[in-house]
Structure formats: structure tokens, C-alpha cells
Design a protein around this ligand. Structure first.
Ligand SMILES: Cc1ncc(COP(=O)(O)O)c(C=O)c1O
Length: 377
């Protein structure tokens, strides 16, 4: 059997990794400023993570959600404390798309309405509901184009108000910081205005923190920089540091819907242990603070580079928009300097490194970046 192709592949096969480093099968070592797409939050093979998961594997790896699982309770407690959403309930699933799918479903159950609002350029995942709320027709099958989603521009409160006033919408989905679009941050005033509109028209506010959450922005959730609260918050990626797990944080307003969701694998013993290890390391090693400090450091080091049109983002979710030459630069970073970076949009290099990246590693990147951009200018 062949593999069903997913993405174009780089000709590199990682076989080992530690911290912010990846080693391929030829023994070449790379710096990882991509984190496998914002997934590696506490660094590859962190000793606490390895110890906790291996220990759990010797006890019990999986049993279904038909029995009690104290690890889930513990995870809900810890996540509540660190995220400041301790009064919410947690539904555990396996991925970001699945978290969004369940969030939309809850909002629709709660309001009895079928339509949702999403922002232009949004990315919420590839399952049916999530992809319908993703502003990219190229990845939607006819089945996904239900007409139940309206896309509105980020920042335009009048457009949001006009749609919500129709009384047809269950929810609005907003990424804490738009990632796949190329790192676009909703402004605090906009989010405050959206919160007011949602309260006025009884529309559920869903923050998709799948990419921007888990400390990446320097706060636990990116929307918390704006001091607003969501009704539902979705998480995944950094939550398991590579172990597949997603979550939906659900406001007490939805109390009546307990029992309406289900899953086979979600919240299994190994996944919960991975997620507990991640929270422990984020807390014990002050990784939110490190993300904020290292984000500022990268941005200040790159300031003044003439190849850059704009640097956007918060903490360790950084978009470097280039004037030109994006593809060449990204390839040269990877193949000549052995540095993994992410991409987005047409001309944007995306940095999503592990939250414990250090100055020394950043200095290597900055030197390589400046040298390669000097070559082309
Ligand atoms: C903001 C956002 N939401 C949802 C998803 C989908 O997550 P997953 O690939 O785990 O389904 C992604 C993935 O990139 C994302 O960036």
C-alpha cells in the first residue's frame, strides 16, 4: 500500500530530537523554530515528559470514557488554574479540528441556531464543520459548503453587528491570533466590541486557541491580552507536546448540555499524562514568561533588517513578512543553515518555536537570517 499524500515533503527524516534541536537520519542537527507547526511547546523529549509518559505506560495506557479517570480530573484542575478559566468544564478530544467541531455543536445545541460567523482568512481545521468555517474554498468539498457560515472582516464591528442583528447565528469563531493566515492579531477594542455584541444578540463567542494558546503568546491564551473572556475556548497542538490531544473549555452557561458530547479516544490515560506533563513544565519553568521575553528578543534583534516589510505577533508566535524572496530564504535557512521555520501566506516566515527556546539559539537564527538577507539585497 502507498501513502495517501498530504503535504509536499522536505527531503529530511528526523529520527531524534531534544529541546529545540532535531537530528535527521544522516546525523545532521537542525534548529527547530517551527515546533512541528506550534505543537512542540515544552521542547522535544523533555525529561519530565518522557518520565511521566513512560511511567504511565507501565500502569494503564487506555480505557474508555465509560469509567472514571482521575487523570482527566487532574488535568481539568491544572488547566483551570493555569488558564484562569477554573470555573469552566473541560471536554477532551484528539485534535484542533475536533475541538472546534464540538465547540460549534455546543453553540448550536445551546442556541438552537444553525449558522456561525467566522473571520476572513480564518483557519479552524479540516473536518466538516471546522473546514466550513475556514476561509479557503480550495480545501472545502461540496459537502462542506452548507451556506451556514458567513465570513466577516477582522476589525469590522459594524459588519459583525449587522450580521448578529439578523438573529440567525449560534456563534462567532475567532482565532486568538490568526496563524495560517500569516499572524494577524485581533485588536483589544475589536474583541471587547465583539464580546458586547455577543452578549447583546446571544451569540456564543468561541476563541480558537489551537495555535495561539498554551502560553505561546506570553499569556496562557492570546485573547487574554485583550482582557475579554470567551464562552468556549478550543485548544490542541501545544497541549500534548506531540501527543494528540485537544480540549474544549466550556462556560458554566452550558451546564444543561452535559452528556451531549462523546469520544472514544479523547482524554485517554496517556494523552492526559502528556498534557499534565506539559502544564507542569510550563508552570515550573515559567515558559509563558520565557515566551514573552524571547518573542521580544527576536523582534528587537530583527528590527532594521531591510528585507523585512513587517514583523507581527506576540510572544513566540511571530510572522516575519518579507518584501520578497520568501521561498528562497526559507529553503536556504533549512538547507544551508539547518534551521526549520514555518511559512504562511505568500511572503511570511512563521516562527513557532518551543516555548523554552533560549537566546543562544535565537542568536544563531538572527545571524543566519541577516547573512542570507544581506546576500539577496
Ligand atoms: C487555529 C487553528 N485551529 C484549528 C487547527 C486544526 O488543528 P488540527 O490540525 O489539530 O485538527 C489549526 C491547525 O493548524 C489551527 O491553526
Amino acid at each position: 500500500m502507498k501513502l495517501f499524500d498530504v503535504y509536499p515533503l522536505w527531503p529530511i527524516e528526523p529520527v531524534k530530537a531534544y529541546g529545540c534541536r532535531i537530528i535527521d537520519k544522516e546525523g545532521k542537527e537542525y534548529i527547530d523554530l517551527y515546533g512541528g507547526h506550534a505543537v512542540i511547546s515544552i521542547g522535544h523529549c523533555h525529561p519530565t515528559y518522557v518520565k511521566m509518559i513512560s511511567g504511565q505506560l507501565h500502569k494503564i495506557g487506555f480505557y474508555s470514557n465509560a469509567v472514571q479517570n482521575a487523570l482527566q480530573q487532574q488535568l481539568a484542575q491544572e488547566l483551570g488554574k493555569l488558564s484562569d478559566y477554573g470555573d469552566y468544564s473541560l471536554f477532551l478530544c484528539n485534535s484542533g479540528a475536533e475541538a472546534n467541531e464540538n465547540a460549534i455543536k455546543l453553540a448550536s445545541f445551546h442556541t438552537g441556531k444553525a449558522r456561525v460567523l467566522a473571520l476572513r482568512k480564518a483557519f479552524h481545521g479540516r473536518t466538516s464543520g471546522a473546514v466550513a468555517a475556514t476561509d479557503n474554498p480550495a480545501i472545502q468539498a461540496p459537502f462542506n459548503r452548507t451556506g451556514n457560515v458567513t465570513f466577516i472582516p477582522m476589525g469590522d464591528l459594524a459588519a459583525a453587528g449587522a450580521e448578529m442583528a439578523k438573529g440567525e447565528y449560534a456563534a462567532i469563531l475567532i482565532e486568538g491570533i490568526q496563524g495560517v493566515a500569516g499572524i494577524f492579531e485581533p485588536k483589544a477594542d475589536y474583541l471587547k466590541g465583539i464580546r458586547e455584541l455577543c452578549d447583546k444578540y446571544e451569540v456564543v463567542l468561541i476563541f480558537d486557541e489551537v495555535q495561539s494558546g498554551y502560553g505561546r503568546s506570553g499569556r496562557f491564551f492570546a485573547h487574554q491580552h485583550s482582557r475579554v473572556r470567551g464562552d468556549i475556548i478550543t485548544v490542541a497542538k501545544g497541549m500534548g507536546n506531540g501527543f494528540p490531544i485537544g480540549g474544549v473549555l466550556i462556560s458554566p452557561l452550558f451546564q444543561a448540555l452535559h452528556g451531549m458530547l462523546g469520544t472514544t479516544f479523547g482524554g485517554n490515560h496517556l494523552a492526559c499524562t502528556a498534557a499534565l506533563a506539559v502544564l507542569k513544565v510550563i508552570r515550573e519553568e515559567s515558559l509563558m514568561e520565557n515566551a514573552a521575553a524571547m518573542g521580544d528578543y527576536i523582534t528587537s534583534c530583527l528590527k532594521g533588517n531591510r528585507a523585512i516589510k513587517e514583523i507581527r505577533g506576540k510572544g513566540l508566535m511571530i510572522g516575519i513578512e518579507l518584501k520578497e524572496g520568501y521561498e528562497t530564504l526559507r529553503n536556504r535557512l533549512l538547507f544551508e543553515k539547518q534551521i526549520f521555520t514555518g511559512g504562511a501566506g505568500k511572503n511570511i516566515i512563521r516562527l513557532l518555536p518551543p516555548l523554552n527556546v533560549d537566546k543562544q539559539t535565537i542568536d544563531i537564527f538572527v545571524e543566519a537570517f541577516n547573512q542570507l538577507t544581506d546576500d539577496t539585497n
